[in-house]
Write a protein that binds this ligand. Sequence first.
Ligand SMILES: Cc1ncc(COP(=O)(O)O)c(C=O)c1O
Length: 394
Amino acid sequence: MSGDKNHDLKGFGSRAVHSGTNHIGDAVNTPIFQSSTYKLTDERYAGWAEGAQHTLLYARLSSVNSDAVAQKLTALEGGEDAEVFASGMAAISTTLMSFLSSGDHIVASPDVYGGTYGLLTEELPRFGIETTMTDMRDPAAYEAAIQPNTKILYIETLTNPVLKVCDIPAMVEIAKRHNLLCIIDNTFASPWACQPLSMGVDLVIHSTTKYLGGHSDIIGGAVVGSKELIAEIFPRKVHFGGSPDPHNCYLLERGMRTLHVRMPVLSNNASILAQRLESHPLIEKVNHPSLHSHEDYEVAKRVMPKGTGMVAFVVKGGDVAALKFMRGLNIIYEATSLGGVESLIECPFNSSHMMIPEEVRHAAGLVPGFVRMSIGIEDVEDLWADIESALSKV
Ligand SMILES: Cc1ncc(COP(=O)(O)O)c(C=O)c1O
């Protein structure tokens, strides 16, 4: 790789600012190095012969900007290496296809991200790869679902949109005992809130579109882990082709440099709003891992004690009331996606989870009136005023 390593910096914030940044031309950041290809030199030919990972040859393989981002994320997650992708789904599909062949089996949960659910249930079976879906809240159920041909335990730090918290160390222990890869999607937590590699997870995936990018202006993905596992993924990234453009990586790196400043603000905002919502007469139930009432409060204290900006709650009066509330908001926008500096809200029943049958949604806790908010870094009193005012119109 070509950027500054600086992995040894102690502080998370210092690593967010400095690790991986490539000071080309004495720039203080990594400039946008917009080139699809690079002049071939003897050194580059040699790099190619060795497998080409992080050798500047052609931007589908790697680029100055993708290398900078890969190094920064490696430093933030505490890994050895990373690969970056054009989307979170490119990261997930390429990673899974790197370790699975026809006849293999995965254990996952029915409330994984919708795109991942589609990949596991609609695409992978066409290649002879089957998934058993069971409750991520229940490590024993995951263990019971393991078959002789199981290769991967697939988990998410926090489920979407119910915000169940996964007991990562318990899942890791099961994966190790059965000699399986444990792969986690850490998008909803970000490496600021949770570093699953330190708990023994093998590979950490992100949709960098969310907290890492942080400004709702890019689509991207990444996977971090050991050098050995990332070296397995790299050739598949080259073959499947879900590689990011240098400009996209530049924006991602710029976002990552302030991750440690944004996350405490939005996580604190979310905790305050969750508490206030919990005592509002028009709210039936609130899900946020900082609340004592959250079913996974104790697990959350262990695996992601710093919290998250995601809050889910149920408006009394069902979906009609939830829609009315949502459309009465002024500075919290109705939009799908999350993790940006601005607060966003959605009703899963008519957006992210529209394709899931109603009875399955209800069984998963997506009862009528359910809304999901991604809290941003606005002033919390402005957010609360907006919420109170919209609720008063329901
Ligand atoms: C938890 C999670 N993982 C993966 C993805 C997919 O990421 P992308 O939209 O960048 O492909 C998303 C998107 O919303 C997500 O929420």
